[in-house]
Write a protein that binds this ligand. Structure first.
Ligand SMILES: C[S@@+](CC[C@H](N)C(=O)[O-])C[C@H]1O[C@@H](n2cnc3c(N)ncnc32)[C@H](O)[C@@H]1O
Length: 366
């Protein structure tokens, strides 16, 4: 790996104001709700309880919305079956907010006395729950996070889609291994006849791009890159810290998502592929905040909020922290970055819009 290193660490701990800034995720959850309902309605009754697991659940709203249709369909079809809902995420997730919402008026515990809620804390690249116990597993906007924080020599870009040469090959290898591992774990956990529904950000072929793919969110990552680069020019962060920083993400194409399922013998034996596709989001595919385009202040505020929600902890720990001697200095540097990002979006607006292609994978455990 010569001068390139891969560094361990978590990439998404402590998301900021997530429930306020996750409308793009909610859109996908709503899109998948009828499918989740139909899959549950088509299943046989489990021998014991009906277990729903939401992998990478996050702090609340969307995890509740994705499990509700499964709960409702289960109650309609198997009125006496006990239901277990398991929310799975890493230790740094905002579990208090999640459980307040689960119990609250928009939650689901009031729907039936037969529902038990649990949490599984740890990485979904490890076992999350007992073998052959899950009737339906969902994973929304989460499986694109790789199993480790990545630090490697990648001057000129902070994200996978613009990587070149060896750096791209290394991260491609990690992404394929992670996807295979994620699916092998779920193959252990799903019961026969159970379903896995993965909805996340995807990429589509685009010959005009460096690597022949257009990846969701390319505008945002290029905006972050440009703002961080200007902070080097102004002496606020070091060249090295940006040159070795990379978001540990990979947004798969349809072909990449299929590859492991077709090539790995254990996965081929375990799963029937019901659906794998990448499509533009049904609304606002070309700009998630396009309704604010005529008001640059609000447009910029929305993009900064969205960036903070998914990227704050990654930027803080992996990009800016190496440039700071104290927590106070780090807070100041983060504030400076967000203020610059806001000015950048006010000036550039839709040139750096966030486009969205949804990757949807639906698998049935044989
Ligand atoms: C963008 S949020 C999505 C949350 C929720 N599913 C939604 O749709 O709003 C991504 C979530 O994935 C979780 N995540 C990332 N990597 C993970 C891993 N290896 N194991 C478990 N959860 C993970 C993060 O902690 C975060 O809560």
């Amino acid at each position: 790996m010569s001068d390139q290193q891969v560094q361990s660490g978590k990439s998404t701990e402590g998301m900021v104001d997530y429930n306020e800034n996750s409308s793009a995720q909610l859109q996908l959850v709503r899109l998948l709700s009828p499918l989740v309902r139909d899959l549950v309605s088509s299943m046989d009754e489990p021998e014991t309880e009906f277990k729903i697991v939401d992998y990478g659940c996050g702090p609340g709203v969307n995890s509740i919305e994705v499990v509700k249709p499964a709960i409702e369909a289960c109650l309609e079809k198997f009125s006496n079956s006990p239901i277990v809902v398991c929310h799975s995420d890493q230790v740094g997730n905002d579990w208090n907010t999640l459980f307040e919402l689960v119990e609250g008026p928009t939650g689901y515990t009031h729907i039936s006395k037969n529902i038990r809620t649990t949490a599984a804390i740890g990485s979904f690249y490890n076992p999350v729950t007992s073998a052959a116990s899950v009737s339906i597993g969902t994973c929304i906007f989460a499986s694109h996070w790789l199993s480790q924080g990545i630090q490697l020599n990648s001057p000129g870009t902070i994200w996978f889609a613009d990587l070149q040469g060896d750096a791209r090959q290394i991260v491609d290898g990690i992404a394929q291994n992670d996807w295979t591992l994620f699916l092998l774990q779920r193959a252990q956990e799903l019961r026969s006849g159970g379903y896995l529904v993965v909805g996340t950000l995807g990429s589509v072929p685009d010959p005009s791009e460096k690597n022949g793919i257009a990846a969701s969110g390319r505008g945002i990552y290029r905006a972050i890159q440009a703002v961080a680069k200007a902070m080097i020019d102004d002496g606020l962060i070091s060249h090295e810290s940006l040159g070795s920083f990379l978001f540990s993400l990979w947004f798969m194409t349809e072909a990449e998502a299929k590859y492991a399922l077709e090539q790995n013998d254990d996965l081929r034996d375990a799963f029937e592929i019901c659906q794998i596709n990448v499509k533009p989001a049904p609304i606002k595919a070309d700009d998630i905040f396009k309704e604010h385009i005529d008001d640059p202040d609000t447009y910029a505020e929305k993009y900064v909020g969205y960036t903070q929600a998914f990227a704050d902890s990654t930027l803080r720990t992996q990009l800016f922290s190496p440039n700071c001697d104290s927590a106070e200095m780090l807070d100041q540097l983060m504030a400076e970055f967000y203020s610059r990002l806001a000015r950048f979006y006010e000036a550039e607006t839709s040139k750096y819009a966030c486009e969205v292609w949804h990757l949807v994978v639906v698998l049935r455990r044989k």
